[in-house]
Write a protein that binds this ligand. Structure first.
Ligand SMILES: Cc1cc2nc3c(=O)[nH]c(=O)nc-3n(C[C@H](O)[C@H](O)[C@H](O)COP(=O)(O)OP(=O)(O)OC[C@H]3O[C@@H](n4cnc5c(N)ncnc54)[C@H](O)[C@@H]3O)c2cc1C
Length: 407
């Protein structure tokens, strides 16, 4: 790092991290006419270990952001999700879905924020906050190529990075849970037609040896499939079984769609993986001057590991809260934002956490899959849940499960 006093910049809002949460936040703020700096340690476009699935909540968030037309033509549109229960029973859920590699999705989002007026800084790695009393007033960035130290002063900072590594959360004083909730790995396989054209849905399997977790086969654009496994470590004993490479290998040999895809593939990429922080737990949602959005705040869903939709939603929510307080730079945005997230999203996360606990018992997952084929309530609830058209507690609450079990 260059050894001299840091350069300085001033802005209304500094957004750290240009994943879905950060870019959605920066785009929203720029549209409100605020001066925004969007900083990421990576040079874009960059890869990101992910299943690349855009489930209905992500598509709805992209529509709210007004950029689905920039995303969908690049993506592979899919008709829904097929869940395979531990015993092999399949449940098909209809709903608009898509898949687009994060290398492309995140760059579209970032570019939309820049086009709206956000100032892009990359590679620019946040090191820690600038604090005045107990208020955060921006951050110190290390800017490549020569690792210049830059002091960015901001009325508000949105921390949308640190989901995968806790160092930033620690530095900003918002860390609550040092261990990740889950680990997941994936790779891509090129699968030429005709086989690739026969896939029209996302496929996930709650195979017994992945429990609590699942494996997936997601068809993407350009005849490229994304295959992976994710295991929720916070619900699993640390007994050495968590070798994801071994689990993925077994999944690829035993799950019929994965076997078919790999049998026809012409090339595969190396594995890439990352930890997940789920359940809206593990970090404080803010401090004076600071709002935490996306996976840094644990906004990835337990049970499914899907997080793009909620990252977009919390990024937008953080930005809207700041925009509403723009006339009052000292306003308690962090508290307003935390209240908003708690009231709008917390119940959903509780229900998914409960679902994760129940689904860890293969017998429950098998029974639910069987009921989904024989009982209208279970089927309707699962489909409504998938489409974000129902409160997750309808099914995943003690009362909902009793109703599902009784029929
Ligand atoms: C293997 C795997 C599969 C998954 N599959 C799916 C899926 O199919 N669908 C789905 O919806 N979700 C999926 N998820 C979850 C999803 O990836 C996350 O929920 C989502 O990426 C969260 O978005 P975010 O914007 O909060 O953070 P991120 O996407 O992690 O973005 C954070 C950004 O911050 C930057 N950054 C990090 N540190 C710094 C720093 N010090 N300074 C500056 N910038 C920094 C990073 O470079 C990155 O660009 C998966 C996760 C994994 C690990």
């Amino acid at each position: 790092m260059r050894d001299r006093s840091p350069d300085r910049l001033e802005t209304d809002v500094l957004v750290i991290g240009a994943g879905p949460a950060g870019s959605a936040g920066a785009l929203t703020l720029a549209r409100h006419g605020l001066r925004v700096i969007l900083a990421d340690r990576a040079r874009f476009p960059r890869d990101k270990a992910c299943g690349d699935a855009l489930i209905p909540d992500a598509l709805a968030a992209l529509a709210r952001l007004g950029i689905e037309q920039q995303v969908l033509p690049r993506a592979r549109r899919l008709a829904g999700l097929v869940i395979t229960a531990p015993g092999g029973r399949r449940v098909q859920l209809r709903g608009p879905c898509a898949a687009l590699p994060r290398r492309l999705l995140d760059d579209v989002l970032r570019q939309a924020a820049v086009d709206a007026g956000a100032r892009w800084m990359s590679p620019a790695r946040a090191i820690g906050p600038i604090e005045v009393g107990d208020r955060i007033c921006g951050a110190m960035l290390s800017v490549t190529p020569d690792e210049t130290l830059l002091r960015v002063r901001a009325n508000w900072t949105i921390l949308a990075a640190g989901g995968a590594s806790i160092r930033l959360l620690q530095a900003f004083g918002v860390l609550r849970r040092p261990t990740p909730s889950a680990m997941a790995v994936r790779f891509y396989a090129h699968v030429p037609p005709p086989l690739s054209d026969t896939f029209d849905e996302l496929h996930i399997s709650f195979a017994r040896d992945l429990s609590p977790g699942y494996g997936w086969v997601f068809p993407g654009p350009g005849h490229v499939f994304n295959l992976g496994v994710g295991v929720f470590g916070d619900a699993r004993p640390a007994d050495g079984r968590l070798n994801l490479r071994v689990l993925l290998d077994r999944f690829c040999r035993t799950f019929p769609p994965a076997r078919a895809v790999l049998g026809a593939s012409t090339s595969v990429t190396p594995l890439a993986g990352a930890p997940l922080r789920t359940g809206l737990a593990g970090a404080q949602l803010g401090r004076p001057g600071l709002l935490v959005a996306g996976e840094a705040a644990g906004t990835t869903y337990p049970l499914t590991g899907e997080g793009i939709g909620m990252a977009l939603a919390t990024g937008m929510a953080a930005a809207e809260t700041i925009a509403q307080a723009a006339g009052d730079p000292d306003g308690a945005c962090d508290q307003a934002y935390a209240r908003h997230v708690e009231s709008d999203f917390a119940a959903r996360f509780q229900a998914y956490s409960l679902a994760q606990r129940y689904m860890a018992y293969p017998v429950v997952a098998d029974y639910l899959a069987w009921r989904a084929r024989t009982d209208g309530f279970v089927r309707r609830s699962l489909e409504a849940l998938f489409n974000e058209a129902a409160d997750a507690r309808v099914l995943f609450s003690p009362a909902g499960l009793v109703r599902a079990l009784r029929g």
